[in-house]
Design a protein around this ligand. Sequence first.
Ligand SMILES: *Cc1c(COP(=O)(O)O)cnc(C)c1O
Length: 323
Amino acid sequence: MHTTKQVSPSITDVLSAALLIAPHLPETPMWSYPVLDDRLGMETFVKHENVQPTGAFKVRGGLNLLSRLPEGRRTAGVLTYSTGNHAQSIAYAARISGTPCVIVMPENPNPAKVAAVEALGATVEVKGATMVEAGEYARLLAGKDGLRLISPADEPDLIAGVGTLYLEMFRRRPDLDAVFVPVGSGTSAAAACVVARAIAPRCRVIGVQSSLAPAAHDSWRAGAPVRRPVETAAEGLATGTAFALPQEIMRGMDDFLLVTDEEIRAAQGLLLKEAHTLGELAGAAALAGLIARKEEFAGRKVAIVCSGANAGPSELHHLLRGA
Ligand SMILES: *Cc1c(COP(=O)(O)O)cnc(C)c1O
C-alpha cells in the first residue's frame, strides 16, 4: 500500500489512457435486449466488459498503468497480490509490455486461477493465510527485489484506465439517466464518477455491492473506512476493507445500494436467458441493483456494467441448474 496520498485522475488522464490502450483492446459492445427492457419497463444498455480478453474490465487499468511505467521500472518488474481478475489484468498487461510480473496469492489458491496467471507468463508466489497477509508479504518482497508494487485500487492509473469504459459508454449514449456499477474496491465506480462529471453530468452514478461484503458501501455511508466480513459468493465484490483513493472519488457518487446474493443470482440468470450472455456473479450485481430500483427508473435510459465473465465451475453449475 502507498503511504503517500494519491491524486484523483482527471478526465484528461482518462483520455490519454484511451489512446494508450486502443492498440490492445477494441471498444466493447453495449447492447439493449427487448425482453429485458420489457421486463424492466425502461431502456437498458448492457455494457459488455465480460467479453474482454481476460474476462473482466480490470485489464483496462492494468494496461494503462503498465504503459505509463518509466522504462527502468518496467525492466525491474512489477508485483501485486490478488487471486482473481486483478491478477489476470496485471499479468496480461505485463506480458504485452514485456515486464516481469510476480503475483502473490494466499495459501490454497484455486488451481484454475494459478493456471490462468501462469499461462500469461507471470510467476505465482503462494504466501499468507489471508489476502491481508499476502499483501504484507508482497510489500516485503517488493522492497527486497526492487519491484513496483501495484495496489489493487489505490492507483490513479488503474482508475484512469478503467475510465475508458465510461468514455465509450457516454460517447455512445450521452443521454443516459443513470449507470449502475458493481463495487468491490471501488475503482470502477470512481472511474464512472470522474467521467460522468466531465461529459455526462446529468447521468446518475449508482454503486451496487453485496450485503454479504459491504465494506465499501458502509465506508461510503460512514464517510470513514470500516472493515467488514466477506461472505459473498461474488468474488469480484469480495473486499473486506475500504480503499482510500476510490472512496475519496466516490464521495461524488449519487447513491450506493446493497443487494443480496440471491438477487445477484437471479440477475445472473436473467442475463443468461434474456441477454444471451455469461456474467460472473459480480458481473450481474449491477442488474440486480437496477431491478431493486426499477420503479424509480421506469421509462428511463439506464446502463448496467456487466463487469466480468469469470465464473468458476461451481458457480456455472449453480447457474445452469437454476436455468
Ligand atoms: C473487480 C471487479 C468488480 C469490482 O470492481 P472494483 O473496481 O474493485 O470496485 C466487479 N466485477 C468484476 C467482474 C470484477 O472483477
